[in-house]
Design a protein. Structure first.
Length: 353
């Protein structure tokens, strides 16, 4: 996969300036309300997004920010495009805050995960997020909207724009697609109110610190925060069962993942001391079938594994295929320093988070 991307970016370099110009023009038209209109909603909007293609940890950050709001007795809703979901309505209600109404195949991986992790929070998807967010405000009485993957969705004005970077990739080669991983030129970061580098660990901390200094120099006055992912526990395909990491570390496991950065999952398992006997990569947002699961079980047994292990995102889509062979999910929590929470409280004035 990495080799294919390298080739794509190399061939695509000639087209990057044209695509970059289009994105700059688009942002200008939204900013000036010429042809493309940006609408302000009646409640504060927090956007969690990124500049790069691929995973930067938006879903854990959406979960983290939403919990900050809940902890202050605020009533947030999560609004998402619902990428990968089959639901085609203008407004699709994944959760009404009391019940989960759409499964992962219809909702999309991330919206379903968020609905499961955040009981009491409405989660909605749809192509026009102005319409979706307005529905959440009118029908569910929410007083904050958290917009997942919202940095390029300029039709909704936002009160807080957070841009995330993966500590493993940062800006990549620094080129705009198709010559690199950037969705827009770096100058677009001027729209953001703050930056978060996720997945920071001992091996990349020095590189991240250099990147922080560069961001602070290029965009003075905009804070840069870091977050690290901490394995939190284990879910089982056995109904209702959970375990601590220590309880399963010695168990030989065959791992698999269909996420943007499967190497991150593999390295996390190794760093945590799991007995990893094999690994299978799938494309991001892979839709699993019974045949996939049967093949994974066969591969696991061939490697003398006692269980399969995957990510929370993948685990949510596998429930129709649970059988006798155990499937585990490693749950991950994002940890931010206190400075981030204080920044959030300051941004919302008399409604501290």
């Amino acid at each position: 996969m990495k080799q294919l991307l390298t080739i794509l970016f190399l061939v695509g370099r000639i087209f990057s300036p044209a695509y970059s110009l289009v994105m700059v023009l688009r942002a200008f038209l939204y900013r000036k309300n010429i042809l493309l209109k940006s609408q302000r909603l009646s409640v504060p909007v927090i956007s969690i997004g990124n500049l790069t293609l691929g995973g930067t940890g938006k879903t854990p950050m959406v979960r983290y920010v939403t919990r900050l709001l809940l902890n202050r007795n605020l009533r947030p809703a999560i609004v998402s495009r619902g990428y990968g979901g089959k639901a085609t309505g203008k407004v699709n209600i994944v959760s009404d805050g009391a019940r989960i109404l759409l499964m992962p195949d219809m909702a999309g991986d991330e919206p379903f995960m968020l609905a499961e992790a955040l009981p009491g929070v409405p989660v909605l998807t749809g192509p026009e997020r102005v319409r979706v967010a307005s529905h959440a405000i009118q029908e569910f009485g929410v007083n904050h909207v958290v917009m997942d993957d919202g940095f390029q969705h300029l039709a909704v004005q936002r009160d807080l724009d957070l841009v995330l970077f993966s500590a493993r990739a940062l800006l990549g080669n620094g080129r705009v697609f198709p010559g690199g991983p950037l969705r827009e030129p770096v100058s677009a970061l001027g729209r953001a109110h703050g930056f978060v580098v996720t997945g920071v660990e001992s091996g990349n901390r020095a590189k991240v610190e250099d990147f922080q200094k560069w961001l602070q120099g290029a965009f003075p006055g905009k804070p840069v925060f870091v977050g690290e992912y901490l394995p939190a526990g284990i879910w089982h395909s056995w109904q209702g069962k959970t375990s601590t990491l220590a309880e399963v570390r010695e168990l030989p496991v065959f791992a698999f993942a269909g996420i943007a950065n499967p190497d991150f999952f593999r390295q996390t398992l190794r760093q945590e001391g799991f007995s990893l006997v094999g690994f299978k990569e799938f494309k991001d947002h892979h839709g699993y079938t019974a045949q996939d699961v049967a093949a994974l079980v066969t591969a696991a047994q061939a490697h003398d594994a006692k269980a399969l292990i995957t990510t929370e995102k993948d685990f949510a889509k596998l429930r129709p295929f649970f059988g006798e062979f155990p499937i585990l999910a490693l749950t991950i929590e994002l940890r931010m320093d206190q400075g981030f929470d204080l920044f959030m409280a300051d941004r919302f004035g008399e409604q501290p988070l």
